[in-house]
Design a protein around this ligand. Structure first.
Ligand code: ADQ
Length: 495
């Protein structure tokens, strides 16, 4: 232990740890691995390294000692109830989330939230600095931790720092609203590599740096000389910026969906819905970015027009409530609840519900069965970084069946080009697209699905993590070199 630094050569920092605390019936608390592709992808890149994960455990208060899970050191960050309100519900989800999703609802700018965001980012940076070994690789995730790269570089210029944005990065015309816009850009520019979902997001970031900080871009490297009227004393930076779209565990889901149990369950689901000719499905977090209201509007008009008639057609809408302490989410929930109530009141019959509206979270097997059962999946976000549900649907359709209606405002639309793409704001167009997806010649529909499957099979979440890390390795400046002006001439270009 000669080094004053930690011992972990690979460190992930994300708002949440990859585990949830669950309390058994007998009152005993234990940790359960969170479901999802990100955790599996991180497991795959952490295997064989001494790895640590720094994140919030999900509950207010208590300091929890670091602990090990399947060979990874989990390092919990404690947040008080006030910090959760200001850093998480406030700045992350009421300022940044709407600002980065095209201001679908107006972002609120509160100085107290910004102060908490800075303080918590500093706490994360210090925790990472404590556990990271000399020259470690650090992968920071998402919009909650945009200041960590520079804060960490100040503490540990020897480590290599990457950041990945799971959500969109807005055009500078919107980003410019943020009262602390220079500080956020400077926070990010502490990284060696910044990864985005789409080329457009990477471009938006580079343009914001140009317009608001006077940075320049050459290829995928953004260079900033550190001068800015409002920020004093910043070191020059050369940072690689590009798109690395996230994906899913294609093989895992494909295999699961082929199992006899899932296929049987898919049949059961259809039969319990009265064996409709067409089963439409929506699966979303209950979030205003997901376009649930636009989708329900289009569906209700199709029912009113007589184009769709239950029980021959029915819609299963799964909408998991989220961020319920944020008022925009409570409001959305009551609007969607009301819309579903009206649709069912107007268009359902006995044993023939127009909408089956479910708030539950389901295990992977049930999700796979739902995907396999659905004739058409409706993915209609107004803005979405990627949308993994669209890719999961495609991976589950080993039979080549099904049809995907996909908003052009998702990251997934860039890759799933043979989906039935739509503009969810255009209700007339959305209605036509839904009908087209239902009635297209099955052979043509199959071709579309098989093309999407090829794409997702080839670009899965494991490939995403590998691509991300090799881009980080090839970042322009060597570890420790980026923060010091005298080292700038030694940068290795694009590597
Ligand atoms: P989200 O906005 O949460 O993610 P999405 O990409 O669709 O959106 O991922 C949701 C995940 O939750 C999917 O894996 C889905 O299967 C699962 N899920 C949803 N409802 C469920 C339910 N009721 N039961 C069980 N599982 C459920 C953010 C960004 C996205 C980006 C991802 C990953 O907003 O744009 O694609 O991160 O980068």
């Amino acid at each position: 232990m000669g080094s004053p630094h930690g011992t972990f050569d690979f460190v992930v920092a994300a708002n949440r740890l990859p585990v949830d605390r669950v309390v058994d019936d007998d009152g005993v608390a234990r940790w359960q691995t969170s479901p999802g592709g990100l955790v599996s992808a991180m497991d795959s890149v952490m295997a064989g390294r001494t790895a640590a994960w720094v994140g919030w455990a999900g509950d207010p208060g208590e300091d929890i000692e670091p602990f090990d899970r399947e060979g990874t050191r989990l390092h919990p960050i404690a947040l008080t109830a006030d910090e959760i309100r200001d850093y998480y519900e406030g700045f992350s989800n009421t300022t940044l989330w709407p600002l980065y999703h095209d201001v679908i609802v107006p972002p609120l700018y509160r100085r107290r939230w910004w102060a908490a965001y800075r303080a918590i980012n500093q706490r994360f940076a210090e925790a990472v600095a404590e556990v990271a070994a000399d020259g470690a690789t650090v992968w920071v995730h998402d919009y909650q931790l945009q200041l960590v790269p520079t804060m960490l570089r100040d503490l540990r210029p020897d480590v290599r720092i990457g950041w990945f944005n799971h959500i969109p990065f807005p055009p500078v015309e919107l980003f410019a609203q943020l009262p602390w816009r220079q500080s956020v850009l400077r926070g990010l520019l502490g990284a060696d590599f910044l990864g985005f979902q789409r080329t457009t997001d990477a471009g938006n970031f580079a343009r914001a740096c140009h317009q608001l900080l006077g940075a320049t871009r050459s290829g995928d490297v953004v260079s900033w000389d550190g001068s800015d009227d409002e920020l004093q004393g910043a070191a020059p930076r050369r940072v690689r910026v590009s798109a690395v779209p996230i994906s899913i565990d294609f093989a895992g889901l494909d295999e699961l969906a082929r199992t006899p149990a899932v296929r049987e369950r898919a049949r059961e689901i259809r039969s319990s819905l009265g064996d409709p000719e067409t089963l439409l499905l929506g699966v979303d977090r209950l979030d205003y970015t997901k376009g649930i209201r636009h989708r329900l509007r289009a569906y209700s008009e199709l029912l009113a027009d007589g184009d769709l008639v239950p029980p021959q057609v029915t819609l299963v809408q799964i909408a998991t409530p989220s961020r319920e302490r944020v008022s925009a989410y409570r409001e959305l929930r009551s609007q969607v609840d009301g819309q579903v109530g009206r649709i069912n009141g107007d268009h359902s019959g006995i044993g023939a519900a127009a909408v089956h509206y479910l708030h539950h979270a389901y295990p992977r097997e049930e999700m796979a069965a739902l995907f396999l059962a659905a004739d058409v999946l409706l993915v209609t976000p107004l803005r979405d970084g990627m949308n993994l549900v669209a890719k999961e649907y495609v991976a589950s359709r080993w039979d080549g069946g099904g049809a995907l209606v996909l908003s052009e405002f998702t990251g997934a639309a860039q890759e799933l080009t043979t989906a039935f793409q739509c503009n969810p704001h255009d209700i007339v167009g959305l209605k036509q697209t839904i009908l087209r997806a239902m009635h297209e010649d099955p052979a043509d529909r199959r071709k579309r699905m098989l093309a999407m499957r090829r794409r997702v099979r080839k670009h899965d979440v494991f490939g995403w993590a590998r691509r991300y890390l090799s881009a980080l390795e090839a970042a322009p400046d060597r570890p420790g070199g980026g923060g010091r002006p005298r080292d700038r001439g030694e940068g290795s270009g694009l590597g």
